[in-house]
Design a protein around this ligand. Sequence first.
Ligand SMILES: *Cc1c(COP(=O)(O)O)cnc(C)c1O
Length: 292
Amino acid sequence: MYQQKLIASPLQTITFEGHSFYLKRDDLLHPDFSGNKARKFYYFLTHDFPNIKKIVSYGSAQSNAMYSLSELAKMRGWEFEYYVDHIAEYLKENPHGNYKAALANGMVIKEQNIVSKEDFDSSVLFIEEGGRQKEAEYGICILAEEIMEWQKEKGIEKLNIFLPSGTGTTALFLQKHLSSNIIYTTPCVGDSEYLKSQFLELEANEQYHPTILTLEKKHHFGKLYKDNYKIWLKLQQQTGVEFDLLYDPLGWRVLLAHPEVLSAPILYIHQGGVLGNESMLPRYERKYKDIL
Ligand SMILES: *Cc1c(COP(=O)(O)O)cnc(C)c1O
């Protein structure tokens, strides 16, 4: 069964470090197909692809995109083949998190160098790493419409929106479809220059680009920073919401470091990814056991 309609994700108010925030719970969009990957792949869930039999993609063995693609393939009755450079021995012996869930959905994982789109025939739907593709606009536009409708209902004139970026696809298409709001984001993978180049690949007109905020210090994706763990724990304690451990801790740190953005009502977008915490959290706990 496909042609499934997603219902609008809920919106709530939270208080964190003395500030009030609206929180868009895209992590609660659907039990199995949620977060920004569900938005980015929604086009492939709801359109006809009579010739497609298989999804092929590549990336890391614990990626959120990998898991969401395995759900998409299951919902559509397609095969799913995924290429990784390397799978850690520990993960192979103790499958958990996104990796385990994707395997349970029937993912065939190949530990070999990818491949390009040209290596496959027309029965394959090839998805770039992390879901960086123009079709993402379709689902992200729906997210923008949900926000617009809610904002109108609430009568909020000026609303700042914040979300952390990987490829920047979500932030970019949101800004494009919410042109009367300012979308703020921060690069979690690479630096501002990288993020800017990602924006340019999807949209040449810089007028439609989100506003990039950063911290002074360089940040490496996937590295275990004490400050990231600390803010994640605080978020849990003060808001009761579980955020992801890869993107959200940096996102919140950057947001709190920019009081000028906090001066207007602000909406933070929870982009899901909490299944990935199954692998990140034990690593943090081992490294910083004395933090509490
Ligand atoms: C993939 C992901 C992101 C990054 O999304 P982009 O569209 O690549 O910028 C942010 N947060 C979470 C939880 C994700 O899974």
